[in-house]
Design a binder for this molecule. Structure first.
Ligand SMILES: CC(C)(COP(=O)(O)OP(=O)(O)OC[C@H]1O[C@@H](n2cnc3c(N)ncnc32)[C@H](O)[C@@H]1OP(=O)(O)O)[C@@H](O)C(=O)NCCC(=O)NCCS
Length: 179
């Protein structure tokens, strides 16, 4: 189903947090806490967006702009509203904001078992650039690291055009992720 026509995207505010947390808890094994979202709402480095249908929050995303990088920290859509292009709309807005903020490479981590997210990011031009062993808690699943050039560049490969893949996203043996 593809019908995101009545969905509006705007900046996340504290008044959205109860609904955001409900989606977060239903979507991830290790959901972010309210205070994690609040810290991001207070940060100048963070872009936090919500997708709303009227007053109802149906999705959200969080990204950190550290030029030349935009790191996508969170993205989820309410289960009943999936496959309508809402994540695509959020992603487009987040990448555009990152670009305007000076980012030239978007990066993210995703579970190898998360077929929906891998398909979404792959379709949106992200390419696999590394793997972080045993990254996710509590189950120690690896993380796939994906990246996409911004600013009109083509999606990067290890030898390909676009932004060079930075050392910071080479696989690292630490465990910090959650879903
Ligand atoms: C991943 C997620 C954000 C996708 O949200 P969504 O709004 O359903 O995504 P979209 O409708 O924009 O999908 C765009 C494309 O991604 C791919 N895709 C999305 N969900 C998919 C699924 N379940 N299976 C296969 N492909 C999928 C498809 O190519 C889809 O296009 P199509 O519907 O025309 O076939 C959503 O499934 C979700 O919230 N999952 C739980 C949280 C999560 O895993 N977040 C990502 C963490 S890295």
């Amino acid at each position: 189903m593809r019908d995101a026509g009545d969905i509006a995207v705007g900046e996340m505010e504290r008044q959205h947090l109860n609904q955001v947390l409900a989606i977060e808890r239903a979507s991830f094994k290790m959901p972010w806490s309210r205070s994690t979202f609040e810290i991001d709402l207070d940060s100048d480095l963070t872009i936090s967006l919500v997708a709303v249908q009227g007053e109802i929050v149906v999705g959200y995303c969080v990204g950190w702009i550290l030029p030349p990088y935009l790191h996508i920290g969170n993205l989820a859509v309410a289960e009943r509203m999936r496959r309508r292009g809402i994540a695509t709309t959020l992603l487009r807005r987040l990448l555009s904001a990152g670009e305007q903020g000076g980012a030239r490479l978007a990066t993210l981590e995703v579970r190898p078992s998360n077929e929906a997210a891998l398909a979404l990011y792959g379709r949106y031009g992200f390419r696999v650039v590394g793997r972080r062993p045993q990254y996710y808690v509590p189950d120690c699943e690896d993380a796939i690291v994906m990246a996409r050039a911004l600013g009109g560049g083509s999606a990067p490969g290890r030898e390909g055009p676009g932004c060079a893949i930075p050392p910071m996203i080479e696989p690292q043996p630490f465990s910090a992720g959650r879903g």
